[in-house]
Design a protein. Structure first.
Lengths: 239, 377
């Protein structure tokens, strides 16, 4: 998919999410606005219960917002209702996910873990594996391409998980606390990798984090409080 | 490993059944007979007791289509070997006639009329060893292989006269008592008939009984026709090889076969339950990974396929371990365990089918996982 540089990779306007109804209704999101450009990495921070996970689930198309609008690469995917029939295909092809733990498939080798996504999207086996090896090389784990997951270190597994998220060249990547279990050095390494990949592949990366070690590395931050976002300028320190 | 051992036990149970059938077949083939002549109305000599006079063999040998006939006596008993005992099927035979031991793997055939024996190697006896049978010592002069009874007891071949003595003759005390009892009977001890008592007592001190007459057919003779001839004219029961196989397999070992069949069913159910439990536990422990897979766009078919693949992989490993251990421990079993490739193939198919069925529970659980569980705490 071609990404126009003048078009945001993701734009959210007035997004709301209400759980329940009547007296017991809870408004988890109360009109979230967010815009992230291709190649940009932004932080999404906020205290527990502020709505980070709900926003991530809405962005990931696993729960349906109550109102508002979401666009990916200029195409509306939600506008008072889903605009696409196949949300599974949307998640597979246009959104990459990185989690706190790698959650790789233990009985597949490294290459197959990464190649799985292109194959799910219909790519030929050889093409998918070739793309996987290319990504693994870019992430400096090319030499472990044939290894079993259990043979990798924690840092290597996280790189493979990042490669998997990039496998279908999605315009948007959602990273949910990707550095939480890591020490400072390894956490900053992951941020460095994410920054590099955002630039290299033109992906917009939204990093949900509590991690004080990496917050100063973002140039732009969205602070979410009580279901509303507030944009802040970050320090933009080199990781 | 546990599943592998269970599959090993299952394969061994099938092997034990095959071994029983094989033992029955070997018993029939090893005798060298085409027809078994036994007491009328019995399924003898292996399935029921049968008693015939040993001169019957002469009249049978003269029938059309009969190439050779020989008396045979069978008796399952304990044989003394020094301070230990072995359980054997003692076979009395007439050298050169049907019923003699087949191929010898060591030693020589029985050449003397008394107190020599040929043993199956499974008795553990050695050539030159002396074994105690009732009141006499016998020298083992030769060894055979795979000559066992339908119940798996190894055979010990001795001359017919010795086997008759072992089976039918009474001990000395019983003989003395019997003589006194006969002498006290006025019907056998008449004052006016000299020699009657001695004649009766002499007849009691010898045996003329055998269990079966084994018949070898002349080339081209029809077994059914010869057997019918014996039944009609000699007023005895005669079984062809096919009929004897039917008696041994369908009647003698039928109960054991059903018993083993029940064990196989139970083991199959237990194996299925174990596989289902393992796969279900593995799946439940990977709810987050499954949610991630769903989140990144894996279809239900892909996830179901992965679980099925794991279940089949588990079955493959279990079957491989089971087949290896079954092969390793088969020789240790006291009875013959025959592991046929066909049974292994059927066992493999059954294991795969059980694993596939067992994975259904886990697949259903996996498909209920919400992809939203992958995000957040």
């Amino acid at each position: 998919m071609a990404i126009a540089n003048d078009m945001p990779a993701i734009r959210i306007q007035g997004l709301t999410k209400r759980y329940g109804s009547g007296d017991t209704a809870v408004d988890a999101l109360k009109g979230v606005d967010m815009t992230v450009a291709p190649g940009e990495v932004v932080g999404l921070i906020g205290p527990s219960g502020s709505g980070k996970s709900t926003l991530l689930k809405c962005l990931g198309a696993v729960i349906e917002p109550t109102a508002g609008r979401m666009e990916i690469s200029g195409e509306a995917i939600y506008d008072g209702g889903w605009k696409l029939d196949d949300l599974r295909a949307l998640r597979r092809d246009r959104i990459g996910f990185i989690f706190q733990a790698p959650y790789l498939i233990s009985f597949l080798d490294v290459t197959d873990n990464v190649a799985l996504l292109p194959m799910l999207a219909g790519a030929r086996n050889a093409d998918a594996r070739s793309r996987a090896r290319e990504l693994l090389e870019a992430l400096d784990v090319g030499h472990r391409a044939a290894a079993r997951i259990s043979q990798l270190s924690g840092g290597e597994q996280q790189r493979v998980a990042i490669a998997r998220a990039l496998a279908n060249r999605p315009p948007v990547i959602l990273a949910d606390e990707p550095t939480a279990p890591l020490d400072s050095e390894r956490a900053l390494t992951v941020v460095r990798i994410l920054n590099g990949m955002a630039v290299k592949f033109g992906a917009a990366i939204i990093v949900v984090t509590h991690d004080e070690k990496i917050i100063p590395t973002f140039r732009r931050l969205y602070h979410i409080r009580d279901g509303r976002t507030q944009e802040e300028a970050g320090e933009g320190r080199a990781p | 490993m546990g599943l592998g051992l269970l599959i090993g036990v299952t394969l061994s149970m099938a092997g034990i059944y095959r071994g029983m059938v094989e033992d029955a077949t070997v018993l029939i083939d090893g005798s060298g007979a085409d027809i078994w002549v036994v007491q009328q109305g019995t399924l003898g000599p292996y399935a029921e007791p049968s008693s015939l006079r040993d001169d019957v063999v002469r009249s049978i040998a003269g029938l059309p289509g009969v190439a050779a006939a020989g008396n045979a006596a069978y008796l399952t008993m304990q044989v003394g070997r020094g301070s230990t005992e072995s359980r054997v099927l003692l076979v009395g035979f007439e050298p050169g006639r049907p019923g003699e031991p087949g191929h010898l793997i060591a030693g020589r055939p029985v050449t003397r009329g008394h107190y020599e024996a040929v043993a199956d190697e499974k008795t553990g006896m050695r050539v030159g060893e002396r074994v105690r049978i009732r009141r006499h010592d016998y020298e083992v002069v030769g060894l055979t292989r795979r000559m066992v009874s339908a119940s798996g007891d190894p055979m010990l071949f001795v001359p017919l006269k010795d086997a008759q003595e072992v089976q039918f003759l009474k001990d000395n005390d019983a003989l003395v008592n019997e003589r006194e009892r006969t002498a006290a009977n006025p019907a056998f001890n008449r004052p006016g008939v000299p020699g009657l008592l001695e004649a009766v007592q002499a007849s009691q001190a010898q045996s003329r009984q055998v269990n079966s007459v084994l018949v070898r057919l002349a080339e081209g003779a029809d077994a059914d026709a010869v057997a019918e001839n014996i039944r009609r004219w000699k007023r005895l029961q005669a079984y062809t090889k096919a009929q004897m196989e039917e008696i041994l397999v369908a009647k003698l070992i039928a109960t054991s076969a059903r018993q083993i069949g029940m064990f196989l069913v139970i083991l199959s159910v237990v194996s299925a339950a174990i596989v289902a439990f393992i796969i279900y536990t593995l799946t439940v422990n990977k709810v987050r990974e499954i949610a991630v897979l769903k989140l990144i766009g894996a279809t239900d078919a892909t996830i179901g396929g992965m679980i099925l693949q794991q279940a089949l992989g588990l079955g493959l490993i279990g079957f491989t371990v089971g087949r290896i251990v079954a092969g390793l421990w088969a020789p240790v079993f006291p009875k013959y365990v025959l592991l046929l490739p066909g049974d292994a193939a059927r066992g493999f198919a059954a294991v795969m089918a059980i694993c596939a069925l067992a994975s259904i529970v886990a697949i259903r659980a996996a498909l209920r996982v919400d992809p939203a569980e992958a995000i957040g705490g």
